[in-house]
Design a protein around this ligand. Structure first.
Ligand SMILES: NC(=O)C1=CN([C@@H]2O[C@H](COP(=O)(O)OP(=O)(O)OC[C@H]3O[C@@H](n4cnc5c(N)ncnc54)[C@H](OP(=O)(O)O)[C@@H]3O)[C@@H](O)[C@H]2O)C=CC1
Ligand SMILES: O=C(CO)COP(=O)(O)O
Length: 331
């Protein structure tokens, strides 16, 4: 049994905290709003994110970050990627705790992955940092539907410790040492899901979705290879696995955001109608900047950015991609 603190009580933090309770760990969930803590502690519910889910009764919530993390052997970071730097700047993480990053994004402005942000802000060695990623839609995980995931760390013992921490009867994490590839896979698939959503919102079917997923994977691999990731990572759970889950599921916030765009709503209208994060809306910019920095062609990511920035209408996204010069199929 380990002492674990999950920092962030949105969809993914709540689902992961609930899963960790299956292994009888002592789990504390940090929520920034005291009223969320109160609901979790007294009613065992987090209705903003899971209206129908009853949480384990031994899951406790705490709104004070220091109290939440006191004695934690593992700190699991479940806040949005664009707020992580600011959050870490305000928190004091326990000495020697293993830090697990759950966020799937690339920081706007710096182009940094979340493990890099953690290292830069806290000074923690990469040996104590792990990334958990894969095809893991929170509502399915919270309902204990079976799924696999990947835990990546620079240090194998850290990856194994986190794998064991999260491994339950329904949740099966594999280890991987390609932190870069795993983080890139998780962040880039959100952008492709936005594109797939736009196509779906316009009424296009499975052929369009499969074409975007496949060519999306091609541009993800191109970027990953240029940055030094292992290309095999992208045929695993952190790559094609997460890409397929996110692009196919109506539960995905990124796909749904794209679908709303494809139906004619604006970025402002969609963002204003939910408190939940669709990471690709911001990370498309930082991923495009990485593509430019590494001189990699990422046409779908470019087109998604143009839609988000209002440079082209959503219904021009697919046309823009189809109108590109003909070329052989290759990665
Ligand atoms: N949901 C999923 O299926 C999965 C999500 N992820 C990733 O996990 C990360 C977190 O996503 P998820 O939980 O889904 O997001 P949600 O939008 O569901 O929840 C976001 C959480 O972060 C909190 N939050 C928002 N802004 C801040 C801030 N400025 N400072 C501190 N806390 C803040 C919210 O608090 P409040 O409620 O008070 O607004 C809420 O607890 C993302 O990077 C996502 O891509 C990864 C795998 C699966
Ligand atoms: O990362 C996810 C599934 O693995 C969740 O995707 P969304 O953020 O699009 O809901």
């Amino acid at each position: 049994m380990s002492t674990v603190t999950v920092m962030g009580s949105g969809s993914w933090g709540t689902a992961m905290a609930s899963t960790l309770c299956d292994n009888d760990h002592r789990v504390t969930l940090w929520a920034r709003r005291p009223e969320v803590c109160s609901k979790i502690n007294t009613e065992h519910r987090n209705p903003d994110y899971f209206p129908d889910l009853i949480l384990p009764d031994h899951l406790s919530a705490e709104s004070d970050p220091s109290r939440a993390m006191a004695d934690a052997q593992f700190v699991v970071l479940a806040v949005p990627s664009q707020t992580l730097r600011e959050n870490l700047g305000q928190w004091r993480l326990p000495d020697n705790a293993i830090v697990v990053s759950l966020a799937k994004g690339v920081e706007v402005g710096t182009g940094m992955r979340m493990s890099e942000v953690i290292m830069e802000v806290t000074g923690i060695s990469p040996d104590r940092i792990a990334v958990l990623t894969g095809p893991n839609l929170s509502h399915e995980i919270a309902a204990r539907q079976p799924a696999a995931a990947v835990v990546a760390s620079a240090r194998q013992e850290t990856a194994i410790a986190v794998q064991q921490l999260f491994h339950t009867a329904t949740f099966r994490p594999y280890t991987n040492n390609d932190v870069l590839g795993c983080e890139l896979g998780g962040a880039t698939k959100n952008v492709i899901a936005l594109a797939v959503g736009v196509a779906a919102g316009m009424g296009y079917g499975a052929n369009s979705a499969a074409s975007l997923i496949t060519r999306g994977l091609a541009e993800i691999i191109r970027l990953g290879e240029a940055m030094g990731a292992d290309p095999h990572t992208f045929s695993g759970l952190a790559g094609i696995g997460d890409l397929v889950a996110t692009c196919s599921s109506p539960l995905s916030r990124n796909r749904t955001f794209g679908e709303e765009l494809g139906r004619g709503r604006t970025v402002g209208e969609i963002s204003g109608s939910t408190r939940q994060v669709a990471e690709g809306v911001k990370s498309c910019k930082s991923i495009k900047a990485l593509a430019d920095r590494y001189q990699v062609e990422m046409p779908i990511t470019h087109a998604v950015c143009a839609v988000i920035d209002g440079q082209i209408a959503p219904d021009a996204l697919v046309q823009t991609l189809l109108a590109r010069a003909a070329k052989p199929e290759r990665y």
